[in-house]
Design a protein around this ligand. Structure first.
Ligand code: NAD
Length: 471
């Protein structure tokens, strides 16, 4: 099966398509599009059985218009120079869309993490960080990694520790990486942030009556039929939030296969079942699909690819039976598929916007690390006391006493998690409407991806214009 353009060509083509509408100078556009730094290294590691293996690793910094650069680290067999450059470029546009003051970056090591023991993965991670540190490709003011496919808080803690050891005494060293465990300098709410952000984004998109009507859908999430591909960090939490909002999960796909139930699948029950059986297949009450990819073709209102890039292609796009595609994964739709979906009237909510919740909360974590104090620590009790005093004043004026439940509900100070979730919600809501405005301006001619990229390019262009050229 031909996938058409490569992932990097896919991202660059989307850029070119949007760039035409911006009116910026061609050289400025070429500068924005180009990857600024690309680092490659190979290094040996000792396997547990004493054998030696050579690893191949990359880090791409796409844009330095704002520093540090920011982007995940992927452990997968697909990782190569092109893949990290494509993902780094997406990070630049994503950060611009949600006003996170970073340039885009991405890194990765070519390996299948399932084939290595935790000890081997730790040695690989630490050596990678050593190489990045030597070449100035990591640091709280330079380049700040985060998780991506195949990595998580465990790897982030190893990264923070290795960097801190190498830069002993550097006060802000913990800000060299985000999505760390909370006890290692992380922030509450980061683990769920991308999935929660996908939820906030889709809730905002679905709240616009006129857009829903054009798709033949009612506004709101209640009762919407959702299919999710990939139940990892992003897909699992997104599924949780959609289910809580009253949506129906009618299809779920994982690497071992896919299941469907038009009456809805309970995500917690499916995950508990998978933990026990190591598979979602044969889940009680659900139908197994013959191929995992068939999940993408189930009839639904919202299809959420949350696994990997290039899943919706020219080959399967004609068979999709959804009204909306929500790109929780990075780059799941090829340009050829985009064109087909456009003709079918399917709304594609682009990755650069809808999965930006992770980097948004990573930004909050970085700010916390530089501030060296937990959000909410200074004001939580003060806010609680102030609200309590206000209630007492109301009681003395009205002569009515509040019940303990009423006092508890109102007289509360914000915790770190409250502040993080509130900042994330504000960001996802605030970022959608400028994109929608541009999309409406190009109604019928351009899709939401192009609109999002127009907004992003304008912001990056403004930075470059203000900064000028050195020397
Ligand atoms: P993850 O490794 O935690 O989860 C991916 C899941 O997809 C895994 O459970 C894997 O088994 C499954 N999967 C792989 N191939 C599949 C297939 N063909 N069919 C069905 N399932 C399949 O990774 P993640 O962090 O959840 O990232 C998923 C996507 O979201 C990636 O494109 C990533 O770049 C993007 N993303 C992640 C974050 C983040 O904060 N983690 C932020 C933004 C975007």
């Amino acid at each position: 099966m031909s996938l058409g353009a490569s992932f990097l060509e896919q991202v660059d083509r989307a850029f070119d398509r949007a760039a035409r509408h911006t009116g910026h100078d061609q050289t400025l556009l070429a500068n924005i599009k180009a990857c600024k730094n690309l680092f490659y290294t190979s290094f040996p590691i000792k396997r547990d059985d004493g054998s030696i293996e050579v690893m191949h690793a990359w880090r791409a910094e796409h844009s330095h218009h704002k520093l540090p650069t920011k982007g995940g680290i992927r452990y997968a067999e697909t990782v190569d120079a092109e893949e990290v450059q494509a993902l780094a470029a997406l990070m630049t546009y994503k950060c611009a869309l949600v006003d996170v003051p970073f340039g885009g970056a991405k890194g990765g090591i070519r390996l299948n993490p399932k084939r290595y023991s935790p000890g081997e993965l730790e040695r690989i991670t630490r050596r990678y960080v050593f190489e990045l540190t030597r070449k100035n490709f990591i640091g709280p003011g330079l380049d700040v990694p985060a998780p991506d496919v195949g990595t998580g808080p465990r790897e982030m803690a190893w990264i923070a520790d290795t960097y801190s050891q190498l830069r002993s005494g550097e006060l802000d060293a913990l800000g060299c990486v985000t999505a760390k465990p909370v006890s290692a300098g992380g922030i509450r709410g980061r683990v769920e942030a991308t999935g929660r952000g996908v939820f906030f984004g889709v809730r905002e998109v679905c709240a616009v009556k006129e857009d829903m009507k054009a798709l033949g859908l009612s506004p709101g999430l209640e009762g919407k039929r959702i299919v999710i591909q990939g139940l990892g960090n992003v897909g699992y939490y997104a599924a949780q939030f959609f289910q809580r909002a009253g949506a129906l999960l009618v299809g779920l796909a994982e690497s071992e296969g896919a299941i469907a139930n038009p009456k809805g699948l309970d995500i917690e029950a499916v995950m508990a079942y998978r933990k026990e059986r190591r598979s979602i297949l044969d889940f009680p009450g659900a139908t197994n699909l013959a191929q995992r990819e068939e999940a993408l073709e189930l009839e639904c209102d919202i299809l959420i690819p949350a696994a990997l890039e290039r899943q919706i292609t020219a080959e399967n796009a004609p068979r999709l039976r959804t009204k909306m595609v929500v790109e929780a994964a990075n780059g799941p739709t090829t340009p050829e598929a985009d064109a087909i979906l456009g003709k079918k009237g399917v709304m594609v909510v682009p990755d650069a916007y809808v999965n930006a919740g992770g980097v948004t909360v990573s930004y909050f974590e970085w700010v916390k690390n530089l501030g060296h104090v937990r959000f909410g620590r200074m004001q939580k009790r003060f806010e609680q006391g102030a609200a309590g005093r206000m209630l007492e004043a109301v009681e003395s004026v009205t002569g009515r006493r509040f019940t303990p439940e009423e006092v508890e509900r109102v007289a509360q100070g914000a915790s770190e998690e409250d502040l993080v979730n509130s900042g994330l919600e504000e960001t996802m809501i605030g970022a959608y409407h400028p994109i929608r405005e541009v999309w409406k301006r190009h109604a019928g001619k351009e899709d939401m991806r192009t609109a999002a990229l127009i907004v992003a390019i304008d912001k990056v262009a403004m930075s470059y214009q203000q900064l000028g050229i050195f020397p």
